[in-house]
Design a protein around this ligand. Structure first.
Ligand SMILES: *[C@@H]1O[C@H](CO)[C@@H](O)[C@H](O)[C@H]1NC(C)=O
Ligand SMILES: *[C@@H]1O[C@H](CO)[C@@H](O)[C@H](O)[C@H]1NC(C)=O
Ligand SMILES: *[C@@H]1O[C@H](CO)[C@@H](O)[C@H](O)[C@H]1NC(C)=O
Ligand SMILES: *[C@@H]1O[C@H](CO)[C@@H](O)[C@H](O)[C@H]1NC(C)=O
Length: 202
C-alpha cells in the first residue's frame, strides 16, 4: 500500500522520496481510522490520493488536519484539529483522520519554505524549477460578524473560495436573510444574514 502511495506522488516529490520514507511511515502509523473532524472545513477535493490530500494541507497555512474517505478518494482539509475542536471529532465509518504535524514538512516540496498568508495556499509552478511557487488566495477566513452563531453550520459547509456556510443568529438577536454566507472569489464573505440585537446592534 505504501508503495502504491509513493508511485502516485506528485512530480516534485521525487527528489524527496528517499529522505522522506521514514517519516512517511510515521505519518501512516498515526492515522485515526474510522474518524473525522466535523464542520471545520476549509475546502474539499474529489479524486485526490491520500498523500496528495496531506500535501494539500501542508501547503495551506490555515490547515491543521485532514479527513479522507478512501471509498471515493475524497479529501477534506480542516482549520482545526481534534485537540482544538474536541467536540467535533467523531467516529465515522470509512473515513480516516490525520493531523498535519504527523507528516514531514518536506512533503510540501518548495512550498515547505513558503511565506504564504493564512488565507492563501502555496502552489507549485509545475514547469519551473523546484524552488518556485506562488501564493494564491484560497479562503475567506472564519466569519466573525457580530451576532452570528456558526453552530448551525452543516456538514458540507466550508470557508474556502466559492463555498458557503449556513449560520443563524444567537439567542436574543432577530434574523433576516437566508442565513447563507458565501465566500466570494475576492476572499470576502457575502453575508446573506443580518442579526439585529436588542439594542439595535447589527
Ligand atoms: C493542534 O493544533 C494546535 C494549535 O494549532 C497545536 O498546538 C497542536 O500541536 C495540534 N496538534 C495536536 C495533536 O494537538
Ligand atoms: C528550506 O529552507 C531551508 C533553510 O533555509 C533549506 O535548508 C531547505 O533546503 C529549503 N527547502 C526547500 C525545499 O527549498
Ligand atoms: C453549539 O452546539 C453545541 C451542541 O450542539 C453546544 O454544546 C454549544 O454550547 C453550542 N455553542 C454555542 C456557542 O451556542
Ligand atoms: C488575507 O490575509 C491577510 C493577512 O492576514 C489580510 O491582510 C487580507 O486582508 C486577507 N485577505 C482577504 C481577502 O481576506
Amino acid at each position: 500500500m505504501l508503495l502504491f502511495q509513493i508511485i502516485s506522488c506528485p512530480w516534485f516529490l521525487i527528489s524527496f522520496l528517499v529522505p522522506c520514507y521514514g517519516s512517511l511511515q510515521l505519518g501512516f502509523s498515526k492515522l485515526q481510522r474510522g474518524h473525522r473532524l466535523d464542520r471545520k472545513l476549509i475546502q474539499s477535493f474529489p479524486e485526490l490520493s491520500f498523500l496528495d490530500c496531506v500535501i494539500e494541507c501542508l501547503v495551506t497555512p490555515r490547515c491543521k488536519s485532514v479527513n479522507y474517505f478512501k471509498g471515493a478518494n475524497f479529501c477534506e482539509i480542516n482549520y482545526e484539529n481534534k485537540t482544538t475542536a474536541e467536540t467535533r471529532y467523531m467516529e465515522s465509518a470509512g473515513w480516516v483522520y490525520s493531523e498535519k504535524e504527523h507528516w514531514p514538512k518536506e512533503l510540501a516540496g518548495a512550498c515547505s519554505n513558503s511565506t504564504c498568508k493564512i488565507n492563501q495556499t502555496c502552489k507549485h509552478k509545475r514547469y519551473s524549477e523546484d524552488k518556485f511557487f506562488e501564493c494564491v488566495l484560497s479562503d475567506c477566513g472564519i466569519p466573525d460578524q457580530n451576532g452570528i452563531d456558526l453552530n448551525a453550520t452543516r456538514r458540507e459547509d466550508a470557508i474556502g473560495l466559492h463555498r458557503r456556510i449556513h449560520a443563524s443568529c444567537f439567542d436574543g438577536y432577530s434574523q433576516s436573510g437566508s442565513g447563507w454566507l458565501i465566500c466570494q472569489s475576492n476572499g470576502e464573505w457575502k453575508y446573506d444574514i443580518v442579526c439585529t440585537g436588542e439594542y439595535g446592534r447589527a
